[in-house]
Design a protein around this ligand. Structure first.
Ligand code: HPA
Length: 276
């Protein structure tokens, strides 16, 4: 068997394991970013699987990411939520980073909500803001689809004209309005990390039109688009990006800001899931 066939075989095995263990296909998968994991604790009838139990999943290593897939009911809707994700900066290859998304697509989950902590580049943004991702700067991200195409999932060359679903964006706007939450809309730029950017990196990204920057999300959205999923992305501004404020960046602050925003964030997600 070649590598691509082996990989697809592994995805099928993972999807089969999840179906056997969980017993239903969730209508949406949610990837919870740094400090945003609390949503998974709100699920009813939770089935919690440590990544180490799930065939094909790597182990999570980042502080603030617990490394569990929790399936259950959110206001009566079957969903699954990743508490913790795989990042390129941990040393994983991109294939490992996007493995869960591809496994969800193979399982038959049609929809994906991707969330993240990010640094604010747009000078009108504040710490604690939530931002609907309208588009992405993918150019600094090694493509997770590099290598032989897995034709069972999607096409070799695939469209990225609307990486994020317009329909879901509209649901998010309604959900935010209903909950009285201010929701920004903007462009997410990917940076590999694990170092935070320099002030000049941030000036460059601002020139390119980025509103926020983060070290995740883009690989997963690319893989989900490849596999034909409908996607929505929500960013939580946990700090202003390098050089915006006159002080160094700190991961503890990023985690704390995520936790502080968790309530509003959960409300927004609930509204979106209810409308899907
Ligand atoms: N830069 C990159 N990634 C991040 C940041 C940042 O400032 N904050 C949270 N994730």
């Amino acid at each position: 068997m070649d590598d691509t066939s082996r990989r697809y075989y592994q995805l099928r095995e993972t999807a089969h394991y999840l179906q056997q263990t969980v017993g239903y296909i969730p209508k949406v998968a949610i990837i919870l970013g740094s400090g945003l994991g609390a949503l998974a604790d709100m699920l009813e009838f939770p089935i919690s699987l440590s990544y180490s139990e799930i065939p094909g999943f790597a182990a999570a290593t980042v502080q603030g990411h617990s490394g569990r897939l929790v399936c259950g009911l959110l206001d009566g809707e079957e969903i699954c939520a990743m508490q913790g994700r795989f990042h390129y900066y941990e040393g994983h290859d991109m294939a490992t980073v996007v493995f869960p998304v591809q496994a969800f697509a193979t399982w038959g989950i049609p929809n994906l909500i991707v969330t993240n902590a990010c640094g604010g580049i747009n000078l009108t943004y504040k710490v604690g803001d939530l931002m609907l991702i309208r588009d992405l700067i993918t150019l600094f991200c090694p493509s997770p689809m590099r290598g032989e195409n897995m034709a069972e999932l999607g096409e070799r060359f695939f469209d990225m004209t609307t990486p994020l679903s317009e329909e879901f964006m509209e649901m998010a706007r309604h959900s935010a309005l209903e909950a009285g939450i201010t929701l920004r809309e903007g462009i997410y730029a990917y940076a590999q990390g694990p170092h935070f950017e320099t002030p000049v990196d941030i000036r460059l990204l601002r020139l390119l039109g980025a509103d926020v920057v983060g070290m995740s999300t883009v690989p997963e959205i690319i893989a989900a688009r490849h596999a034909g999923m409908q996607i929505i992305g929500i960013s939580s501004v946990t700090n202003m990006a390098a050089g915006v404020m006159n002080k160094p960046l700190d991961h503890q602050e990023v985690l704390q800001a995520g936790i502080d925003g968790a309530e509003r964030f959960a409300q927004l997600i609930r509204g979106i899931v209810a409308r899907m």
